[in-house]
Ligand binder design. Sequence first.
Ligand code: AMP
Length: 463
Amino acid sequence: MPFSAYNLHPEVARGVADLGYTRPTPIQAQAIPPVLEGRDIVACAMTGSGKTAAFALPILHRLATTPRKGLTRALILSPTRELAAQIEQSFRDLGRHAKVSSAAIFGGVGMVPQEQALRRGLDVIVATPGRLLDHMQNPSFNFPGLEVLVLDEADRMLDMGFLPDVKRILKRLPIRRQTLLFSATMPAPIATLAKEMLRDAVTVTADRPSTAAKGVTHAAYPVPAELKSALLVELLKRGQINSVIAFTRTKHRANRLADYLTRAGVNAERIHGNRSQAQRTQALAGFKAGKFPVLVATDIAARGIDVEALSHVVNFDVPASPEDYVHRVGRTARAEQKGDAFVFVSPEEEADVRGIERALGARLPRVTVEGFDYTRRSVEKLEVPLSQRLAEHRARQKPRSGQGPRPGGPRPHVAHSAPRPGSGSAHTSHQTPTSHRPQAGAGNGRRSGAGRRGPFRPSSPSR
Ligand code: AMP
């Protein structure tokens, strides 16, 4: 069925045509008609399925067909900065001709420009929960004109501990509204939330829950843990991988892998929760532009990254849960293209892979790379053993020769913790072809960073 069958407002239909969408994806085909009718929906859809347009198009149609009121009419809650920025970009792209105004609001950048954006009553606000809640301390930012609320990647909100914030936000929003809940999986707390917040909802399931996007070819590469980096370099050098996001379990391993690749002559960047918003934005933009072939990322960074024509996802470390695997590999084969998802499996990780295989309902083919020396000893270690780290730390604490012990004992160790992943980052942008286009970063630290200056540059009238 072509998009024309939905009779979308002509300005919205032009946006669809501009993006080259000809036919709705399965989630769009199922979700768009009931949402156009004003129904609440609960949709099981994963990243890469075209779920953003599934809610954005009916919302844009509503905005374009009914009179504007100078108040925000649609609010989208997203677990991460990247996803928020990306969703808002979709609204801008699809809503270009309908002249819909929008802003993304998340932590890590300044509050003031966001307050200004909220005060202007832009049509669409896309926000992470933590930062939005900060703004909602001001009662005038409680969205009195709200018509549609979207909760995107609700399962991820749960994983990241945002459910209490989401519930607090819900309490302050107008009760009479349309509510759309999207989630890749449906764990019990999300099913309960859906029951509480949706009215007579239509359930839409385009994909079986916990099933990775179609079009992905999966393969497992058994390899000793200490040879994973060398194997990745080998596959890159052989040209078996061109453009890849490599996922590691920790920020530390992401850094070490990126350093290893660089030393091996492979251009690589990294995104994870310890990187500043500017660094993440730059890394992602460079990767999207094809400036370097490898982006090393942690899971937090995985959400919301939309990279056209990404050929491979490498699970450098086996993800802790099948859901994380599904989300990681959702980076490739988006909207029914083809892509490969490899998982490097050390003997210690075999059990986790079996969990993923159960969730996928299929055994991953095991692949051995011919000519790669699986028996060699590697001097590269991504993990510095705890004992070594402690020894290094103690050595740093030792008083320099000639100095006595510091009065009052050793120097206090100051730990710098990363912003909590997924929490309210801040960033606003605005609907206009010339406005700042937010590129994704990773995570979306909770209230940390409030008051820092951000990349906000409003450049178009609110309407
Ligand atoms: P999403 O799951 O919303 O993140 O979308 C994944 C990708 O699919 C994005 O790059 C969209 O631009 C693209 N996309 C969404 N809908 C369609 C469609 N009907 N036809 C082709 N591509 C689409």
